[in-house]
Design a protein around this ligand. Sequence first.
Ligand SMILES: [Zn+2]
Length: 201
Amino acid sequence: MGTDRDRVHTQPCPCGKGTVYVDECSPDHPYARSYKPWLGHGVNCPDCSKVYTTVGDKEVFLVERREHDRHEAAKRQRWQEESAFRDKIWAELENSGDIVAIARHLSSFPSAVAASRYLASLRIHVDSLPRFRSHFKKRACSSDWVKSHIYYKHLPVLIGALGCNTSLVDRLIKEDENLQARRDDKLKVILPAIYGMDGQQ
Ligand SMILES: [Zn+2]
């Protein structure tokens, strides 16, 4: 068992002595028909492969390795920023008392079923009932439980449902969205794809 490869695209490498290639790959065993094909690609030139690489899963781009590394570093940094901002959201809402208020409210339900129904009524997805029961401490819901089981984007709904002021959480979630909107996949914007799985066949 292995991989079938169809060469679907070749073009000369930047120096002209070799090629840049794109293969459409699929498992070679017949019972794997439901697998979607994927793209394999690379630079087939000893000189150019030191300088260039190919990236992409549906579209393939030829990029300088240096640029690719910068892009990867920027992605990592963005991820760290976003994750730090989420920590800040939780910290601020803990300081403001909102998280404690949510925990207290969830503690007011007589049973795990009731608490889970309440969350479901707010369209907040929680685990299946048996799982929910296994970690939810009725009458003793803690801030830590809220932090580990509630998705941060559901906080405005929960805080609003308590009748508390949502201006802080609204502002934080808005800032979080802005942070995510600034994700600039520059690599894809500035470079023409050399091959697209959906386009060129
Ligand atoms: Zn070359």
